[in-house]
Design a protein around this ligand. Structure first.
Ligand code: AMP
Ligand code: GLY
Length: 420
């Protein structure tokens, strides 16, 4: 079958890598792709948030199945356009993508079905928001309602910080995303990510992961898109995962169906776990990045079959074949990230690295220039490995990192430390 993957980061490289291993995949196009993806698939320039353009491209290239990587095309309704044209697509409709695109919407859905999450209130004006912050006290969490590229959340440890966040959001710091603000109870606990495929009616858990959001070792410093991840997440063990499925995921999926907007695709539940009880922090309507890279490393070729079963409404009969393994990914980022960073630095040492079912360097922000691989993003490489234990996976990943010659980049040496 001919497959089109939308996106061009490490997540999409890992999705492409898994799809390519499946004999069902005859031809693979990734739009826009990157230098690493170009080594295993065709890359095409395409405005992936333009549903009409994506549909036209898919029809012109006889595409049988479209996998949408990032949230922006989903929130823009690209999956709706593809399905309206009769194309098979992995990813939720615009209406169902509201679970990531609007925090207020998610809170309302949770309340409607009784899914445990932080107490909350919503505001469209600074005055009442600030009164609420003052009455509730800190710590407290202030969130821009809409998509803000992962930056619209302020976890305020004192009241002044929270008041400042309210002013910033209503002052337009996050554009239209901050026109409405959700203020939440601060939840204490350990965070983990739970990934579940949904075909509108049925759900199938496909793995757990934890990521490291802070730029510095020991989980210190500025927030980033993620400096590394590992799977499985020890804190999300069988009993906790079962509770998350029964108390959060299934009720939400049922509520979405009841509203006439069934959820189809991967549902990524960000959970806060305290005393064995999971509560929802947020939903994402796509795979996490870099969490996807460790999930794909563990699932391999079956990932394509599972995504197909999901898109075709056959999840009730699908099953995941687990190896009792672990995977870990180390993000290599450009010096300066998450602040201003240099682009165009040359990355050496990639050619000699092994690439097999135990280890892969997934490219996040790379391009090719005169035969060299150069860095063009903040997060640039995801050095990913699998092992019988997390320690084995970590050793294998860091072994590859040490062979990469990139003075323009840095990485954390302690990915997985909590679990190791
Ligand atoms: P989000 O974009 O909703 O994932 O929020 C970013 C991060 O802020 C989360 O990964 C948590 O670490 C933190 N966070 C968000 N909401 C809460 C909350 N209610 N309590 C504590 N931490 C939170
Ligand atoms: N790694 C966090 C995310 O993809 O949202």
């Amino acid at each position: 079958m001919n497959i089109l993957i939308l996106g061009g980061g490490g997540r999409e490289h890992s999705l492409a890598w898994a799809a390519m291993q499946n004999p069902k995949c005859d031809r693979l196009i990734v739009a826009p792709g990157n230098a690493g993806i170009a080594a295993i698939a065709e890359c095409a320039a395409l405005d992936i948030e333009d549903g009409a353009a994506v549909t036209e491209f898919a029809v012109a290239n006889s595409i049988d199945f479209v996998i949408v990587g990032p949230e922006a095309p989903l929130a823009a309704g690209v999956a709706d356009d593809l399905r309206a044209a009769g194309l098979l697509c992995f990813g939720p409709s615009k209406a169902a993508a509201e679970l990531e695109a609007s925090k207020r919407f998610t809170k309302e859905v949770c309340d409607a079905c009784g899914a445990p999450t932080a107490a909350w209130a919503r505001f469209t004006q600074a005055g009442p928001a600030k009164e609420y912050v003052h009455a509730t006290g800190a710590p407290i969490v202030v969130k821009a309602d809409g998509l803000a590229a992962g930056k619209g959340v302020i976890v305020a440890m004192d009241e002044a910080e929270a008041q400042e966040a309210v002013d910033e959001m209503f002052g337009g710091a996050f554009g239209a995303a901050g026109a409405e603000v959700v203020i939440e109870e601060f939840m204490d606990g350990e965070e983990a990510s739970f990934f579940v495929l949904c075909d509108g009616a049925h759900v199938l858990p496909i793995g757990t992961a934890q990521d490291h959001k802070r730029v510095g070792e020991g989980d210190t410093g500025l927030n980033t898109g993620g400096m590394g991840a590992y799977s499985p997440a020890p804190v999300l063990d069988g009993a906790v995962a079962e509770r998350a499925l029964e108390e959060i995921v299934k009720p939400v999926v049922a509520e979405m169906a009841r509203r006439g907007t069934p959820y189809q695709g991967v549902l990524y539940a960000g959970l806060m776990i305290a005393d064995g009880a999971p509560r929802l922090v947020e939903f994402n309507v796509r795979f996490g990045d870099p969490e996807c890279q460790v999930l794909m490393m563990r699932l391999g070729a079956q990932a394509l079959d599972l995504m197909l079963a999901c898109a075709e409404g056959r999840l009730a009969e699908a099953q995941v074949n687990w190896a009792d393994d672990h995977a870990l990914t180390v993000v290599m980022a450009a010096n300066g990230y998450p602040g201003a960073y240099q682009k165009g630095t040359v990355i050496g040492g990639l050619d000699g690295l092994p690439e097999d079912s135990l280890q892969m360097v997934f490219h996040a922000g790379t391009a090719e220039r005169d035969g060299d691989v150069i860095a063009v993003g903040g997060r640039v490489l995801n050095v990913t490995a699998r092992g019988r234990s997390l320690a084995e996976a970590a050793n294998r990943a860091y072994g590859m990192v040490s062979r990469i010659d990139w003075p323009g980049g840095f990485f954390r040496r302690d990915i997985g430390w909590r679990a190791l």
